[in-house]
Design a protein around this ligand. Structure first.
Ligand SMILES: C[S@@+](CC[C@H](N)C(=O)[O-])C[C@H]1O[C@@H](n2cnc3c(N)ncnc32)[C@H](O)[C@@H]1O
Length: 460
C-alpha cells in the first residue's frame, strides 16, 4: 500500500523549537493521562521519594545549622503529584518529634494547567493540606519568586523535556540539527488548514478534541552550519564541543541550563540544593559513544538525552560550589541499604526475554510480580491495573487476565518500581521455576556499562 502523503506542519527550525512546541501540546492536552504513555520512577513508586525525604530530614536536623523557620521546597515538572505525596508522607513519618514537617511548604510547579488540575485531585496529597500548593509557571522562565527564598528544589524527568539544541562537530565545523514535523492530511477530523492553525498557535482548547496526532508526526532532520556567537554559555559549549568525537549528535540542554541558573538565584545561601534525576550520558566517554541515542519519542512527547557533564559545567559556571553526580539506582540503593533495580530491568534480564512475544513478556512480568509480592510490602496499598494489550491472542488474554487478578494491593506498585536485591534473592527458588537463572539475577543487579542511564545530579 502506498504510504499516505505527508504535509509539513511548518518550516525547518532548530530542534529545541519544535521539541518544546510539541511537548507543550502533549502536556497541555493530556494532563495526568500522560502516564498512559509512560511511567516514571516516581509516578507510582515511593522509594525515590522516600530517599529524598530521608536526605532532606537528615540535612535539616543535623547539617543545616542556619536553616530558616519556613522550609520552602519547590518541585519543578510534577506529573501526577505522587513524588510530592510520598515525600511528605515519609517526612511526616520519620519526623517523630515534629521538628521539620510542620515547617515545610511544598510548591508543585508546572506549566500545564491540565497537569496541575490532576495534582489537586490526587487523593494522596489531600492529607497534606496546608503543606502544599501548586503554581502554574514555566520552569525555563520562573517569574514572580523572591530570590534567596527556597530551601530545596527537586525535579524528576523534566530536563529531558526542556529546550535542547543538538550540535555536531565535523571537519572543524559545527552544525546544528533542524527539525520539520510532517503529518498525513487524513489525520485530522477538521479541515487541514484549520488544524494547521490550531497546531501552530498551540491552541490547547481546540487540540484537546483532535484525534491523537502527536505520535504520528514524522520528523524530517537536517544539519546546518552554525556559529555559537549568540548562544548562552557559548564558551563552555565551545570547550565541550572540542572534547567530543566528530559526527556524533550532542544534546545541548539549554532549557535545563536556564533552570540551573534560576535555581542558583532562588535558593537560600545555606540551601539543600537543586536535585534532579533524569536519563542521559553520565560521562564524556558516554557522550562520545558512537551510535548512542540523542532523543526519544514517547507517545508523541519529544524528549532529549541529558548531557550530564555539560550540565555539571554549567552548574559550576553559574556559581554552585559543588556538583554531585551518581547513578540514580545507587542513590536509591544507598538509602535503602541494598542494591536496587527496576522491576522491568529484572524481567528483561530473563534469558528468554529477547526472543519473547509482547504477550509472553506480559505474562512473565505478571508471574514475576506475583512471586515478588509474596514477600514485598508496599506501605501505600494500591492494586496495579494491568490491561491486556491490543493484538494479544485469545489464549494469552485469558492467562494475562488470570494473573492480573492475583496481583496484591500491597505488592510492587509498578512495573518500573524499584526492587532490592535482598527482596529478589529471597524468592530466588520460585523465580527459578519461571526460568530466571542465578546468574541472570546477579547480572541484572550489575549490568554492563550502558551509554544512557538514569542519573542523579545535585547542585549545592
Ligand atoms: C516526564 S513528566 C515527569 C513528571 C514527574 N516529575 C514524574 O517524574 O513523574 C514532565 C513534567 O514536566 C512538566 N513540564 C515540561 N516542561 C515544563 C516547563 N517548561 N515548565 C514547567 N513544567 C514543565 C510536564 O507538564 C510534566 O508534568
Amino acid at each position: 500500500m502506498k504510504p499516505p502523503h505527508l504535509h509539513p506542519l511548518g518550516d525547518f527550525k532548530p530542534a529545541d523549537q519544535w521539541q518544546t512546541h510539541v511537548n507543550a501540546i502533549f502536556y497541555g492536552t493530556k494532563g495526568p493521562a500522560i502516564h498512559a504513555h509512560f511511567q516514571t520512577y516516581v509516578s507510582r513508586d515511593y522509594r525515590l521519594a522516600h530517599a529524598l525525604a530521608e536526605e532532606f530530614f537528615q540535612q535539616i536536623t543535623t547539617d543545616a545549622k542556619h536553616a530558616p523557620d519556613d522550609l520552602h521546597i519547590h518541585e519543578w515538572g510534577v506529573g501526577n503529584g505522587n513524588l510530592a505525596a510520598r515525600f511528605l508522607d515519609h517526612l511526616q513519618e520519620i519526623d517523630s518529634e515534629n521538628r521539620v514537617y510542620p515547617r515545610v511548604r511544598y510548591l508543585l510547579c508546572d506549566y500545564s494547567a491540565e497537569i496541575l488540575n490532576g495534582v489537586r485531585a490526587n487523593p494522596a496529597l489531600q492529607k497534606h493540606e496546608g503543606h502544599f500548593d501548586t503554581q502554574l509557571v514555566n520552569a525555563e522562565c520562573l517569574e514572580g519568586f523572591t530570590p534567596r527564598s527556597v530551601t530545596k528544589i527537586i525535579a524528576n524527568e523534566i530536563w529531558d523535556d526542556l529546550a535542547t539544541r543538538v550540535l555536531l562537530s565535523s571537519q572543524g565545523n559545527l552544525f546544528e540539527e533542524y527539525l520539520q514535523p510532517m503529518l498525513p492530511e487524513i489525520i485530522s477530523d477538521r479541515p487541514f488548514e484549520q488544524f494547521l492553525e490550531e497546531f501552530n498557535e498551540k491552541n490547547l482548547e481546540a487540540l484537546i478534541t483532535a484525534p491523537d496526532f502527536l505520535d504520528q508526526i514524522v520528523w524530517e532532520r537536517s544539519f546546518q552550519r552554525v556559529d555559537l556567537g549568540d548562544w548562552p554559555f557559548r564558551d563552555i559549549i565551545g570547550d565541550h564541543m572540542k572534547q567530543v568525537s566528530e559526527d556524533i549528535p550532542i544534546p545541548i540542554n539549554t532549557g535545563a541550563f536556564l533552570t540551573i541558573q534560576q535555581a542558583q538565584n532562588l535558593l537560600v545561601p545555606e540551601s539543600q540544593g537543586y536535585t534532579g534525576f533524569d536519563y542521559g550520558m553520565r560521562s564524556m566517554a558516554h557522550v562520545n559513544r558512537e551510535g548512542r541515542p540523542y532523543f526519544k519519542i514517547y507517545g508523541g512527547q519529544y524528549t532529549a538525552m541529558v548531557n550530564f557533564p555539560l550540565m555539571a559545567e554549567v552548574g559550576r559556571t553559574v556559581g554552585f560550589d559543588s556538583v554531585h553526580s551518581e547513578p540514580q539506582h545507587e542513590y536509591v540503593g544507598r538509602h535503602l541499604g541494598d542494591q536496587v533495580i527496576s522491576l522491568v530491568e529484572l524481567v528483561h534480564g530473563h534469558r528468554d526475554a529477547p526472543r519473547m512475544e509482547p504477550w509472553d513478556m506480559d505474562l512473565l512480568m505478571l508471574k514475576t510480580l506475583n512471586v515478588l509480592n509474596t514477600t514485598y510490602h508496599n506501605p501505600y496499598p494500591h492494586k496495579m491495573d494491568y490491561p491486556v494489550m491490543p493484538g494479544t491472542p485469545k489464549k494469552h488474554r485469558k492467562l494475562i487476565a488470570q494473573e492480573a487478578k492475583k496481583l496484591s494491593a500491597t505488592g510492587v506498585p509498578d512495573t518500573v518500581a524499584y526492587v532490592a536485591k535482598g527482596e529478589v534473592l529471597a524468592v530466588a527458588a520460585p523465580l527459578k521455576k519461571l526460568g530466571y537463572r542465578e546468574e541472570d539475577l546477579q547480572t541484572a543487579f550489575d549490568p554492563p556499562d550502558q551509554p544512557i542511564t538514569f542519573s542523579h545530579l545535585r547542585f549545592s
